[in-house]
Design a protein around this ligand. Structure first.
Ligand SMILES: [Zn+2]
Length: 356
């Protein structure tokens, strides 16, 4: 695994990051526009991006000598500016690097065919300062990257223990939720896939928490001090594991082609209301039932039976929701992580149900 960086520059970053780094492109749209015609690229995209959408970045032909060393599983930092106040806002976990020039795609994405070496990823937002980056990696203060694409010599990462611990350190320190445009759950899946998150400590903490009385909300200082990304990830993975990666309502265990389970770890009392990351405030739901739960079409009573919103339409469209009325949800083996009444009750109130 190697780390690369591309010094893009203020102008290019301002103009082009919003096009493909801060927004995703849909594979089907690109096919229908005739921009992706290569069958093997298409196959690769579909398998690596089962959601059908990706972020990508392209570099000029001049960078071919360095970028030909780029491989799947490597990381690229995109540098906006190398001024004293310059920043590095993007970390790219490379899922595909297409070695052939993709000039048509470059022209379509950035209205310029000059960026034909394209790699594909799901953007991880970070807030790393250029000066911090060069200090950490031991580059000279006057190092001027001049629009080039670089590979970071592994010797520079030794004091961190290698690429992975260095990036873990960056994500823990400089990654945040501030950009609402990105699907964070997906980014975190990617991070975990690449072994970025060492979750043991956070998992132990969440498990220990289930031994005491729960708190409905968590606005403690510790919430801000601990890496939110890490905690969220630990919550998500533990809930899914306890529910055996199955929806608590319908028992579905659908998976994407790359074996990602299509279930979510949902908060019973919502996170937007500072609902705590207590495992007893979590439940594993498939996409449909997560949506329906958050929309308030159904809720769960204190005995774990499904109750419905009185206005749920009794049409075919809603059948997979209302047909579960009065069924008991599937609970984990470990009763310590069963949904707690505190959260169930608060959730029913929040969504306009009344205590049963
Ligand atoms: Zn379901």
């Amino acid at each position: 695994m190697n780390l690369f960086f591309h010094h893009v520059g203020q102008l290019g970053a301002t103009k082009d990051f919003p096009k493909t780094v801060f927004r995703k492109h849909n594979i089907d749209v690109l096919v229908s526009e005739g921009v992706i015609t290569d069958g093997s690229l298409l196959e690769e995209l579909r398998s690596k991006f089962p959601t059908g959408e990706f972020n990508c970045w392209g570099v000029p032909s001049g960078a071919s000598v360095v970028i030909r060393n780029l491989n799947e599983g490597d990381y690229v930092l995109l540098v906006k500016s190398s001024r004293i106040d310059g920043d590095i806002p993007v970390l790219c976990p490379v899922k595909i690097f297409w070695r052939a020039k993709l000039e048509t795609l470059s022209e379509y994405l950035w209205q310029d065919s000059k960026f034909p070496f394209i790699f594909f990823f799901n953007t991880i937002d970070i807030e790393l300062m250029w000066v911090q980056f060069i200090e950490d990696l031991g580059y000279k203060n006057n190092f001027s990257p001049r629009g080039n694409f670089y590979k970071v010599d592994n010797g520079r990462l030794e004091k961190f223990g290698g690429v992975e611990p260095y990036l873990q350190n960056i994500i823990n320190k400089y990654s945040d939720y501030r950009n609402d445009n990105v699907d964070l759950s997906r980014l975190k899946e990617d991070g975990a896939e690449f072994g970025l998150f060492d979750l043991q400590e956070e998992e132990d903490r969440l498990i220990a928490l289930t031994k005491s009385m729960p708190n409905l909300v968590d606005n403690s200082l510790s919430r801000r001090l601990v890496s939110i990304t890490k905690r969220d990830r630990a919550f998500s993975i533990l809930i899914k594991r306890h529910y055996n990666f199955k929806c608590a309502v319908c028992n579905s265990s659908l998976k994407s082609p790359n074996e990602h389970p299509a279930v979510h770890a949902a908060h019973i009392f919502p996170k937007e209301k500072m609902g705590s990351d207590d495992l007893r405030n979590g439940i594993c739901l498939c996409l449909l039932h997560h949506w329906a739960f958050d929309a308030g079409w159904f809720s769960i009573d204190d005995n774990y039976y499904i109750i419905l919103h009185e206005n749920i339409p009794r049409t075919e469209d809603y059948k997979d929701i209302y047909k579960w009325e009065n069924s008991k949800i599937n609970l984990p083996k470990d009763a310590n992580v069963w949904p707690h009444r505190l959260f169930l009750d608060a959730s029913r109130r929040n969504y306009g149900f009344y205590k049963s």
